[in-house]
Design a protein around this ligand. Structure first.
Ligand SMILES: Cc1ncc(COP(=O)(O)O)c(C=O)c1O
Length: 394
């Protein structure tokens, strides 16, 4: 551990260059604040980086997931399969359509959707699946897509953390019917709040484009650039207002100029942690299955001082929490990797769920721990984290 008594390593830190910060001023000076040229530029750069056919900037990953589900026709009485270990938003968008959330379990080795559990959850009312590329690790998309095809289901990828992650060389968010990314400050590219929907389906892209803008057939930008800017658009749909602002898009577009560098820096930091912790049998570091490129939105580990079983989870959870407190005192911020949504009050009560119904999500909820990882992290900061972790729980 470094001798610096005041060293505090946060779980994440936003690292914007001066040029990126300055970029926000462009739209403020031009006066074009919403859905203008900077939104178009950010979308184009996103499509170029991900090789997505269409990219649509929205107000958050959550609203992007919701718009995609609405565009795919999700409605009351339909069922959608969602992994139980994810951020609550993945499930909430199903509830927002008065549809039914059906949870499946995860694979504890990867924290991603468990294919057998997903298949077992399919019923005649299932309309879609939302695999999550959790923490930047691609889900097993070949298996998800094969099941979707077999049962006639749509697939929306929750790629909130998936910027820079590829599956068999293809960027996540381009593997299902649609994908949605997050630009919340804990993500590698940030616009404060914000999201990007990707799809290779032109009709779906057009519906989502309309839905994000009150259902308008034509955006303000198109209208202003067109031959009759003085006439209002028609509205074929009852849409929403989920438009990204141009000053957010300017910030996102500026960061895209070093997109590859950001991903590589995060992978380099992760590799250094992997090496440092390789000898710890009580800490499982993030896995990278064959064909998957992890982009490390975070560095989620599994704390397993002894075998994790349904009966040992609570004891290990108490040990993990005590260790987190020790790390916090040593100036290392940690977090549970995310939460198990089936254990949260709304879902537990509405669907009568018990923790052990999804045993792996339950174990991940109680025994996972994310260590600080962010581009811009210094070597001294990383050394401090490594030394504290190697010391182990008291
Ligand atoms: C897996 C997952 N899905 C969805 C979201 C929601 O993203 P946003 O805050 O941009 O709506 C998050 C945010 O952390 C997430 O981690």
């Amino acid at each position: 551990m470094s001798n610096d008594p005041v060293m505090n390593v946060p779980i994440a830190r936003t690292a914007l260059t001066e040029a990126e910060i300055e970029s926000v001023l462009g739209p403020l000076r031009s006066g074009w604040l919403v859905q203008g040229p900077k939104v178009r530029e950010f979308e184009t750069k996103w499509s170029d980086f991900t090789s997505s056919g269409h990219s649509l900037a929205v107000t958050s990953c959550t609203t992007g997931l919701h718009l995609a589900a609405v565009a795919l026709g999700l409605s009351a009485g339909d069922e959608v399969i969602v992994p139980a270990f994810t951020w609550i938003a993945t499930a909430n968008i199903v509830e927002h359509q008065q549809a039914t959330t059906v949870f499946c379990d995860i694979d504890l080795d990867t924290f991603n959707i468990d294919i057998a559990s997903m298949e077992a959850a399919i019923t005649p009312r299932t309309k879609g699946i939302i695999p999550v590329h959790l923490f930047g690790l691609p889900a097993n998309m070949d298996a998800v897509n094969a099941l979707a095809k077999k049962h006639g289901l749509w697939v929306i990828e929750d790629a909130a953390c998936g910027f820079g992650a590829t599956y068999n060389g293809q960027h996540v968010g381009t593997l299902g019917d649609a994908g949605s990314f997050s630009f919340h400050p804990r993500k590698a590219i940030t616009t404060g709040e914000g999201g990007m929907v990707t799809t290779n389906n032109a009709d779906l892209a057009e519906t989502i484009r309309q839905l994000r803008d009150h259902g308008a057939a034509m955006s303000d930008h198109q209208r202003h650039l067109g031959p009759r800017p003085y006439l209002l658009a028609d509205h074929p749909l009852a849409g929403y207002n989920q438009r990204m602002t141009d000053f957010q898009a300017a910030l996102g577009a500026a960061q895209m100029d070093r997109a590859a560098q950001i991903v590589e820096e995060r992978r380099r930091l992760a590799a250094r942690f992997d090496d440092a912790f390789a000898g710890l049998d009580w800490l499982r570091t993030p896995q990278e299955p064959e064909g998957c490129k992890h982009s490390y939105q975070s560095y989620p580990c599994l704390f397993k001082p002894s075998e994790i079983t349904t009966s040992s989870v609570k004891r290990i959870n108490a040990e993990r929490n005590a260790w987190m407190e020790e790390l916090q005192a040593a100036g290392v911020s940690t977090r549970p990797a995310t939460h198990a949504v089936h254990m949260l009050t709304y879902y537990r009560e509405k669907y009568g769920l018990r923790e052990e119904d999804m045993p792996n999500a339950f174990a991940a909820n109680d025994c996972s721990i994310s260590l600080p990882l962010f581009h811009g992290m210094t070597e001294v900061e990383q050394d401090h984290v490594i030394a504290a972790v190697l010391q182990g729980p008291a």
